[in-house]
Design a protein around this ligand. Sequence first.
Ligand code: KG4
Ligand code: ZN
Length: 337
Amino acid sequence: MTLDPAATILGLETSCDETAAAVVAGGRAVRSSIVSSQIDLHARFGGVVPEIASRAHVELVGPVLAEALTDAGIRLGDLDAVAACRGPGLAGALLVGVSAAKALALVAGLPYVGVNHLEAHLYAAWLEQPDLGPPLAVLLVSGGHTLLCVMESYGRYRVVGQTVDDAAGEAFDKVARLLGLGYPGGPAIDRVARDGDPDAVRFPRAMPGEPDFSFSGLKTAVVNHVRAHPDGPVADVAASFQAAVVDQLVDKLAAAADQAAVPTLVLGGGVAANSLLRARVRALAEETGRGVFLPDPALCTDNAAMIAAAAWWRLGAVGPTPLDDGVDPTAGLVGAR
Ligand code: KG4
Ligand code: ZN
Protein backbone atom coordinates (compact mmCIF):
# COMPACT_ATOMS: atom_id res chain seq x y z
CA MET A 1 0.00 0.00 0.00
CA THR A 2 1.35 3.47 -0.83
CA LEU A 3 1.03 5.48 2.32
CA ASP A 4 1.02 9.26 2.57
CA PRO A 5 4.27 9.95 4.48
CA ALA A 6 2.36 12.43 6.64
CA ALA A 7 -0.56 10.05 7.29
CA THR A 8 -2.20 10.91 10.60
CA ILE A 9 -3.19 7.99 12.80
CA LEU A 10 -5.25 7.74 15.99
CA GLY A 11 -3.78 5.04 18.25
CA LEU A 12 -5.44 3.38 21.24
CA GLU A 13 -3.67 1.44 24.00
CA THR A 14 -5.63 -0.57 26.58
CA SER A 15 -3.50 -3.68 27.10
CA CYS A 16 -3.01 -3.34 30.86
CA ASP A 17 -3.76 -0.53 33.33
CA GLU A 18 -3.34 2.55 31.15
CA THR A 19 -6.15 3.85 28.94
CA ALA A 20 -4.36 5.88 26.29
CA ALA A 21 -5.09 7.60 22.99
CA ALA A 22 -2.78 9.61 20.74
CA VAL A 23 -2.69 11.25 17.33
CA VAL A 24 0.62 10.91 15.48
CA ALA A 25 1.47 12.22 12.01
CA GLY A 26 3.92 10.40 9.76
CA GLY A 27 4.79 7.89 12.49
CA ARG A 28 6.93 10.52 14.23
CA ALA A 29 5.17 13.79 15.03
CA VAL A 30 3.04 13.53 18.18
CA ARG A 31 0.05 15.86 17.84
CA SER A 32 -1.56 14.68 21.08
CA SER A 33 -1.00 11.95 23.63
CA ILE A 34 -3.37 11.29 26.53
CA VAL A 35 -2.60 8.63 29.16
CA SER A 36 -5.10 7.92 31.92
CA SER A 37 -3.46 5.66 34.49
CA GLN A 38 -5.49 3.32 36.68
CA ILE A 39 -2.69 2.95 39.25
CA ASP A 40 -4.90 4.30 42.06
CA LEU A 41 -7.60 1.69 41.33
CA HIS A 42 -5.14 -1.20 41.57
CA ALA A 43 -2.72 0.07 44.24
CA ARG A 44 -4.61 -1.34 47.21
CA PHE A 45 -4.49 -4.82 45.64
CA GLY A 46 -0.72 -4.55 45.10
CA GLY A 47 -1.04 -5.24 41.36
CA VAL A 48 -3.34 -5.02 38.35
CA VAL A 49 -6.77 -6.71 38.76
CA PRO A 50 -7.88 -7.70 35.22
CA GLU A 51 -11.65 -7.31 35.76
CA ILE A 52 -11.23 -3.85 37.31
CA ALA A 53 -8.92 -2.86 34.45
CA SER A 54 -11.46 -3.89 31.76
CA ARG A 55 -14.31 -1.98 33.44
CA ALA A 56 -12.18 1.14 33.85
CA HIS A 57 -11.12 0.98 30.17
CA VAL A 58 -14.82 0.85 29.14
CA GLU A 59 -15.50 4.02 31.13
CA LEU A 60 -12.36 5.87 30.07
CA VAL A 61 -11.82 4.98 26.41
CA GLY A 62 -14.46 7.39 25.04
CA PRO A 63 -13.38 10.49 27.00
CA VAL A 64 -9.67 9.73 26.47
CA LEU A 65 -9.94 9.37 22.69
CA ALA A 66 -12.17 12.46 22.47
CA GLU A 67 -9.53 14.42 24.38
CA ALA A 68 -6.78 13.16 22.07
CA LEU A 69 -8.72 14.34 18.99
CA THR A 70 -9.51 17.73 20.58
CA ASP A 71 -5.90 18.25 21.70
CA ALA A 72 -4.66 17.45 18.20
CA GLY A 73 -7.31 19.77 16.68
CA ILE A 74 -8.43 17.06 14.27
CA ARG A 75 -11.80 15.51 13.46
CA LEU A 76 -12.30 11.78 13.10
CA GLY A 77 -12.97 12.14 9.36
CA ASP A 78 -9.63 13.88 8.80
CA LEU A 79 -7.60 10.94 10.12
CA ASP A 80 -5.96 8.44 7.76
CA ALA A 81 -6.34 5.36 10.00
CA VAL A 82 -7.33 4.14 13.46
CA ALA A 83 -5.07 1.71 15.33
CA ALA A 84 -5.24 -0.25 18.57
CA CYS A 85 -3.01 -2.61 20.50
CA ARG A 86 -4.13 -6.23 19.77
CA GLY A 87 -1.72 -7.95 22.23
CA PRO A 88 0.05 -9.12 24.24
CA GLY A 89 -1.93 -8.02 27.29
CA LEU A 90 -5.05 -8.76 29.33
CA ALA A 91 -7.78 -10.20 27.06
CA GLY A 92 -10.68 -8.17 28.44
CA ALA A 93 -8.63 -4.97 28.49
CA LEU A 94 -7.37 -5.44 24.91
CA LEU A 95 -10.92 -6.04 23.65
CA VAL A 96 -12.00 -2.57 24.80
CA GLY A 97 -9.40 -0.69 22.73
CA VAL A 98 -9.67 -2.98 19.70
CA SER A 99 -13.50 -2.79 19.65
CA ALA A 100 -13.43 1.01 19.99
CA ALA A 101 -10.86 1.37 17.18
CA LYS A 102 -12.79 -0.92 14.84
CA ALA A 103 -16.06 0.91 15.54
CA LEU A 104 -14.44 4.26 14.75
CA ALA A 105 -12.80 2.89 11.61
CA LEU A 106 -16.12 1.48 10.42
CA VAL A 107 -18.07 4.67 11.13
CA ALA A 108 -15.48 6.93 9.48
CA GLY A 109 -14.62 4.57 6.60
CA LEU A 110 -10.96 4.42 7.66
CA PRO A 111 -8.49 1.55 7.67
CA TYR A 112 -8.00 -0.27 11.00
CA VAL A 113 -4.52 -1.37 12.12
CA GLY A 114 -4.01 -3.96 14.89
CA VAL A 115 -0.64 -3.34 16.55
CA ASN A 116 1.66 -5.64 18.52
CA HIS A 117 2.41 -4.07 21.92
CA LEU A 118 6.07 -5.17 21.95
CA GLU A 119 6.72 -3.85 18.46
CA ALA A 120 5.09 -0.56 19.52
CA HIS A 121 7.52 -0.24 22.46
CA LEU A 122 10.37 -0.50 19.93
CA TYR A 123 8.88 2.30 17.81
CA ALA A 124 8.59 4.67 20.81
CA ALA A 125 12.24 5.61 20.23
CA TRP A 126 11.42 7.20 16.84
CA LEU A 127 9.00 9.65 18.40
CA GLU A 128 11.89 11.55 19.94
CA GLN A 129 14.74 10.50 17.65
CA PRO A 130 13.30 10.40 14.10
CA ASP A 131 16.63 9.71 12.39
CA LEU A 132 17.52 6.70 14.54
CA GLY A 133 18.34 3.89 12.11
CA PRO A 134 18.60 0.11 12.50
CA PRO A 135 20.47 -2.01 13.41
CA LEU A 136 19.78 -1.39 17.08
CA ALA A 137 20.16 -3.52 20.21
CA VAL A 138 16.95 -2.97 22.15
CA LEU A 139 16.32 -3.94 25.76
CA LEU A 140 12.60 -3.84 26.50
CA VAL A 141 11.91 -4.14 30.22
CA SER A 142 8.50 -3.56 31.79
CA GLY A 143 6.00 -5.04 34.23
CA GLY A 144 4.93 -7.61 31.66
CA HIS A 145 7.94 -8.17 29.42
CA THR A 146 11.70 -8.61 29.45
CA LEU A 147 12.95 -8.85 25.90
CA LEU A 148 16.37 -8.31 24.39
CA CYS A 149 16.37 -8.07 20.62
CA VAL A 150 18.35 -6.84 17.66
CA MET A 151 16.23 -4.74 15.34
CA GLU A 152 17.89 -5.59 12.03
CA SER A 153 15.61 -3.42 9.91
CA TYR A 154 12.10 -2.00 10.18
CA GLY A 155 9.71 -4.85 10.98
CA ARG A 156 12.49 -7.43 11.30
CA TYR A 157 13.73 -8.43 14.74
CA ARG A 158 15.98 -11.12 16.12
CA VAL A 159 15.06 -12.05 19.67
CA VAL A 160 18.27 -12.64 21.64
CA GLY A 161 16.88 -13.27 25.12
CA GLN A 162 13.69 -13.27 27.18
CA THR A 163 12.83 -13.94 30.79
CA VAL A 164 12.32 -17.56 31.76
CA ASP A 165 10.13 -16.56 34.74
CA ASP A 166 9.21 -13.08 36.08
CA ALA A 167 9.52 -9.88 34.06
CA ALA A 168 12.04 -7.34 35.41
CA GLY A 169 9.31 -4.86 36.44
CA GLU A 170 7.33 -7.65 38.07
CA ALA A 171 10.40 -8.42 40.22
CA PHE A 172 10.64 -4.75 41.23
CA ASP A 173 6.92 -4.73 42.12
CA LYS A 174 7.07 -7.98 44.15
CA VAL A 175 10.19 -6.98 46.09
CA ALA A 176 8.75 -3.50 46.79
CA ARG A 177 5.64 -5.15 48.18
CA LEU A 178 7.76 -7.38 50.39
CA LEU A 179 9.68 -4.33 51.64
CA GLY A 180 6.42 -2.44 52.28
CA LEU A 181 7.20 0.21 49.67
CA GLY A 182 3.85 0.18 47.82
CA TYR A 183 2.81 -0.18 44.15
CA PRO A 184 4.14 0.38 41.54
CA GLY A 185 7.36 -0.83 43.09
CA GLY A 186 9.96 0.23 40.53
CA PRO A 187 9.86 3.97 41.21
CA ALA A 188 9.72 3.32 44.99
CA ILE A 189 12.79 1.05 44.95
CA ASP A 190 14.61 3.49 42.66
CA ARG A 191 13.96 6.29 45.18
CA VAL A 192 14.76 4.35 48.37
CA ALA A 193 17.89 2.75 46.83
CA ARG A 194 19.54 6.17 46.53
CA ASP A 195 20.13 6.11 50.30
CA GLY A 196 21.26 2.48 50.39
CA ASP A 197 24.52 0.57 49.87
CA PRO A 198 24.33 -1.58 46.70
CA ASP A 199 27.14 -3.80 48.07
CA ALA A 200 25.46 -4.42 51.44
CA VAL A 201 23.99 -7.79 50.33
CA ARG A 202 25.42 -9.86 47.47
CA PHE A 203 22.25 -11.12 45.75
CA PRO A 204 22.63 -13.65 42.87
CA ARG A 205 23.14 -12.53 39.25
CA ALA A 206 21.12 -15.20 37.42
CA MET A 207 22.11 -17.17 34.32
CA PRO A 208 25.56 -15.60 33.73
CA GLY A 209 26.85 -16.05 30.18
CA GLU A 210 23.38 -16.94 28.86
CA PRO A 211 21.17 -14.68 26.78
CA ASP A 212 17.96 -15.33 28.74
CA PHE A 213 16.95 -13.60 31.98
CA SER A 214 15.65 -14.90 35.30
CA PHE A 215 14.43 -12.94 38.31
CA SER A 216 12.48 -15.38 40.46
CA GLY A 217 15.59 -16.80 42.22
CA LEU A 218 16.65 -13.25 43.04
CA LYS A 219 13.21 -12.53 44.46
CA THR A 220 13.45 -15.65 46.66
CA ALA A 221 16.93 -14.58 47.81
CA VAL A 222 15.48 -11.22 48.89
CA VAL A 223 12.61 -12.98 50.72
CA ASN A 224 15.09 -15.23 52.56
CA HIS A 225 17.34 -12.29 53.44
CA VAL A 226 14.45 -10.23 54.82
CA ARG A 227 13.24 -13.21 56.90
CA ALA A 228 16.72 -13.67 58.35
CA HIS A 229 17.24 -9.91 58.96
CA PRO A 230 13.76 -8.47 59.63
CA ASP A 231 15.14 -5.27 61.15
CA GLY A 232 17.89 -4.65 58.57
CA PRO A 233 18.00 -1.36 56.65
CA VAL A 234 15.40 -1.41 53.83
CA ALA A 235 17.45 1.03 51.72
CA ASP A 236 20.41 -1.40 51.65
CA VAL A 237 18.17 -4.30 50.56
CA ALA A 238 16.52 -2.13 47.89
CA ALA A 239 19.89 -0.89 46.57
CA SER A 240 21.41 -4.39 46.58
CA PHE A 241 18.37 -5.88 44.81
CA GLN A 242 18.35 -3.09 42.21
CA ALA A 243 22.08 -3.59 41.58
CA ALA A 244 21.51 -7.32 40.97
CA VAL A 245 18.69 -6.65 38.47
CA VAL A 246 20.62 -3.95 36.64
CA ASP A 247 23.85 -6.02 36.50
CA GLN A 248 21.93 -8.84 34.85
CA LEU A 249 20.22 -6.53 32.35
CA VAL A 250 23.36 -4.61 31.39
CA ASP A 251 25.61 -7.69 31.10
CA LYS A 252 23.23 -9.34 28.65
CA LEU A 253 22.69 -6.15 26.65
CA ALA A 254 26.47 -5.70 26.41
CA ALA A 255 26.96 -9.30 25.24
CA ALA A 256 24.17 -9.04 22.63
CA ALA A 257 25.52 -5.76 21.23
CA ASP A 258 29.04 -7.23 21.03
CA GLN A 259 27.94 -10.43 19.37
CA ALA A 260 25.86 -8.72 16.71
CA ALA A 261 28.29 -5.77 16.37
CA VAL A 262 25.39 -3.34 16.76
CA PRO A 263 26.41 0.33 16.92
CA THR A 264 23.46 1.71 18.94
CA LEU A 265 21.75 0.75 22.21
CA VAL A 266 18.10 1.57 22.96
CA LEU A 267 16.00 1.05 26.09
CA GLY A 268 12.21 0.76 26.31
CA GLY A 269 9.46 -0.21 28.77
CA GLY A 270 8.70 1.12 32.26
CA VAL A 271 11.89 -0.21 33.90
CA ALA A 272 13.88 1.89 31.40
CA ALA A 273 12.95 4.81 33.68
CA ASN A 274 15.23 3.32 36.36
CA SER A 275 17.99 5.77 37.18
CA LEU A 276 20.71 3.14 37.79
CA LEU A 277 19.87 1.28 34.57
CA ARG A 278 19.98 4.51 32.57
CA ALA A 279 23.34 5.51 34.07
CA ARG A 280 24.85 2.07 33.49
CA VAL A 281 23.65 1.84 29.87
CA ARG A 282 25.00 5.33 29.18
CA ALA A 283 28.36 4.28 30.67
CA LEU A 284 28.36 1.07 28.62
CA ALA A 285 27.78 3.03 25.41
CA GLU A 286 30.58 5.43 26.28
CA GLU A 287 33.04 2.64 27.17
CA THR A 288 32.34 0.74 23.96
CA GLY A 289 32.04 3.74 21.62
CA ARG A 290 28.40 3.07 20.83
CA GLY A 291 25.49 5.39 20.35
CA VAL A 292 22.74 5.22 22.93
CA PHE A 293 19.14 6.37 23.02
CA LEU A 294 17.16 6.41 26.25
CA PRO A 295 13.60 7.62 25.59
CA ASP A 296 11.89 9.99 27.98
CA PRO A 297 10.27 7.92 30.78
CA ALA A 298 6.81 9.01 29.55
CA LEU A 299 7.51 7.23 26.25
CA CYS A 300 9.05 4.20 28.00
CA THR A 301 5.85 3.38 29.91
CA ASP A 302 2.65 2.34 28.12
CA ASN A 303 1.25 5.06 25.88
CA ALA A 304 -0.70 5.29 22.63
CA ALA A 305 1.76 7.45 20.67
CA MET A 306 3.93 4.34 20.29
CA ILE A 307 0.89 2.41 18.99
CA ALA A 308 0.19 5.09 16.34
CA ALA A 309 3.92 5.19 15.41
CA ALA A 310 4.11 1.41 14.90
CA ALA A 311 0.76 1.49 13.05
CA TRP A 312 2.11 4.04 10.56
CA TRP A 313 5.00 1.77 9.67
CA ARG A 314 2.79 -1.36 9.57
CA LEU A 315 0.10 0.30 7.44
CA GLY A 316 2.69 1.33 4.85
CA ALA A 317 4.58 -1.99 4.82
CA VAL A 318 1.79 -4.53 5.32
CA GLY A 319 -1.51 -2.67 4.85
CA PRO A 320 -4.66 -2.49 6.99
CA THR A 321 -5.71 -5.25 9.37
CA PRO A 322 -9.00 -7.01 8.51
CA LEU A 323 -11.87 -6.11 10.84
CA ASP A 324 -12.36 -9.77 11.77
CA ASP A 325 -8.89 -9.88 13.35
CA GLY A 326 -9.21 -10.35 17.13
CA VAL A 327 -6.98 -9.79 20.13
CA ASP A 328 -3.98 -11.96 20.98
CA PRO A 329 -3.28 -11.84 24.76
CA THR A 330 -0.18 -14.06 24.52
CA ALA A 331 1.32 -12.65 21.30
CA GLY A 332 5.10 -12.64 21.00
CA LEU A 333 7.01 -9.95 19.15
CA VAL A 334 5.60 -9.82 15.61
CA GLY A 335 8.22 -10.12 12.86
CA ALA A 336 10.64 -11.88 15.22
CA ARG A 337 12.84 -14.79 14.31
O1 KG4 B 1 5.82 -0.35 30.51
P1 KG4 B 1 5.01 -0.27 31.76
O2 KG4 B 1 4.39 1.06 32.11
O3 KG4 B 1 3.84 -1.27 31.75
C1 KG4 B 1 3.94 -2.59 31.33
O4 KG4 B 1 3.80 -2.83 30.09
O5 KG4 B 1 4.19 -3.43 32.21
O6 KG4 B 1 5.97 -0.75 32.96
C2 KG4 B 1 5.56 -0.75 34.29
C3 KG4 B 1 6.68 -1.38 35.14
C4 KG4 B 1 6.27 -1.61 36.59
O7 KG4 B 1 6.65 -2.91 36.95
C5 KG4 B 1 7.08 -0.57 37.35
O8 KG4 B 1 7.41 -0.97 38.67
C6 KG4 B 1 8.32 -0.44 36.48
O9 KG4 B 1 7.83 -0.50 35.15
N1 KG4 B 1 9.02 0.84 36.69
C7 KG4 B 1 10.28 0.92 37.18
C8 KG4 B 1 10.57 2.31 37.32
N2 KG4 B 1 9.48 3.02 36.86
C9 KG4 B 1 8.56 2.09 36.47
N3 KG4 B 1 11.15 -0.03 37.54
C10 KG4 B 1 12.34 0.36 38.05
N4 KG4 B 1 12.68 1.66 38.22
C11 KG4 B 1 11.84 2.66 37.86
N5 KG4 B 1 12.20 3.94 38.04
ZN1 ZN C 1 4.21 -2.24 27.80
